[in-house]
Write a protein that binds this ligand. Structure first.
Ligand SMILES: *Cc1c(COP(=O)(O)O)cnc(C)c1O
Length: 390
């Protein structure tokens, strides 16, 4: 029997499904060229081709837009795609971009290696010091890219100072809000013109998708970012968007639980003789404690860092003594993960450059998950004692 490819419509239900549908279709069939015109000219809504947009991406974007208090954000295939779309969608050869000196590793690489190759000058400054940022501004400076809480030393940027500088000089302030999340800080409330997320981390929360999101407050900037992302194919898979959208339902619960546990663990670890230093933004011994309290309120986040004495051998021993805590270079998962910047995110730096940031062989970063706080505290203290002989 010969037939044309026959597509059956998805069965409709007069009752509303609670779960979101997945729409994996790449292409959408239209009724006529006039109908296509209407769609392209904005007189009718709908989709044409999945790289240009699809329902699952729009649904996820709308949910994150709502959390961040913006409109028109787009979802990209990774957090780095969101960073790249913002930078290359808005900057041109001859512009200068000023960034925080402890940005995410790949963002730093983009700034140090790739943007200069394309004629975009870049430089870095310490975001905890607005005066250092002011000195680094050039006549060609067009934008500033910062994270509020740095990785892995958890220093807190002088957001108010930098936002005021950007306003005074007419610079686009881009904030990568991945670590802080809108639960602790809505970036647009603090002067951000462009907000960026690695949705891979806390928003999706289950380490099963890589996704990003970016929004600009100004519709013209947003359109430029969107066109660049569509042209360069930064589109996310419908299935990934669907998973992330589902993950978002528990985002606040996961965040609050993890942040509460992280604050508790920070105090527990600080009392351990084998721990030389604990870094948690809301602890009174944090170098930016007042600023952290002002920006984040009670929500110090799920990330904490600590340092043990004893170099690489002690670091190996600690990881081996805590087999229940995943040793993995990511963050924001429902499960607690431990990472060792010297051998992962910061391995590309010289030992001197790491030392300048305070990252020794005994330095660990903990992304706290939703597990029982006391179980985590017991596991960690046992492992630290075993590793340091304390
Ligand atoms: C992980 C991360 C990124 C990159 O996100 P991907 O989804 O891995 O591409 C960017 N910024 C920050 C702060 C991150 O933690």
């Amino acid at each position: 029997m010969k037939t044309l490819v026959r597509r059956h419509p998805f069965p409709r239900s007069s009752s509303m499904p609670l779960g979101s549908a997945i729409q994996p279709s790449v292409a959408y069939a239209s009724e006529s060229p006039d109908a296509l015109d209407a769609q392209y000219e904005g007189r009718a809504s709908g989709y044409t081709y999945a790289r240009e947009g699809h329902p699952n991406a729009d649904l996820l974007a709308a949910r994150i837009d709502w959390l961040e208090g913006v409109e028109g954000g787009i979802v990209t295939g990774s957090g780095m795609a969101a960073v790249t779309a913002a930078l290359l969608g808005l900057l041109k050869a001859g512009d200068h971009l000023l960034g925080g000196d402890q940005l995410y590793g790949r963002s730093l690489r983009l700034m140090n290696e790739d943007l200069p190759r394309l004629g975009i000058a870049t430089s870095l400054a310490d975001p905890t010091d607005a005066a250092a940022f002011a000195r680094a501004i050039r006549p060609e400076t067009r934008a500033v890219l910062i994270e509020v809480v740095s990785n892995p030393t958890l220093r807190v940027a002088d957001l108010e100072g930098i936002a005021a500088l950007c306003k005074a000089h007419g610079l686009i302030l881009m904030i990568d809000n991945t670590f802080t999340t809108p639960r602790a800080l809505r970036a647009v409330d603090h002067g951000a013109d462009v907000v960026i997320h690695s949705v891979t981390k806390l928003l999706a929360g289950h380490s099963d998708v890589t996704l990003g999101w970016v929004a600009a407050r100004d519709p013209e900037l947003q359109a430029a970012i969107r066109v660049f992302a569509v042209t360069t194919g930064m589109t996310a898979s419908p299935y990934d968007c669907w998973l992330a959208e589902r993950g978002l339902f528990t985002f606040e619960l996961r965040y609050d639980r993890a942040a509460q546990t992280a604050a508790h663990l920070a105090d527990v670890l600080a009392a351990e003789p084998g721990v030389a230093r604990v870094i948690y933004p809301l602890r009174p011994d944090h170098p930016d404690h007042n600023r952290a309290a002002g920006l984040l309120g009670e929500r110090g986040g799920n990330m904490l860092s600590f340092e043990i004495a004893g170099g690489r051998d002690a670091a190996n021993a600690l990881v081996r003594a805590a087999p229940e805590i995943a040793f993995a270079p990511t963050l924001g998962d429902i499960g607690t993960t431990l990472s060792h910047p010297a051998s992962s995110s910061h391995r590309g730096l010289s030992p001197e450059a790491r030392a300048a940031q305070g990252i020794s062989e005994g330095f660990f970063r903990l992304s706290v998950g939703v597990e029982d706080a006391e179980l985590l505290a017991d596991d960690l203290t046992r492992a630290i004692r075993a590793a340091t002989g304390s």
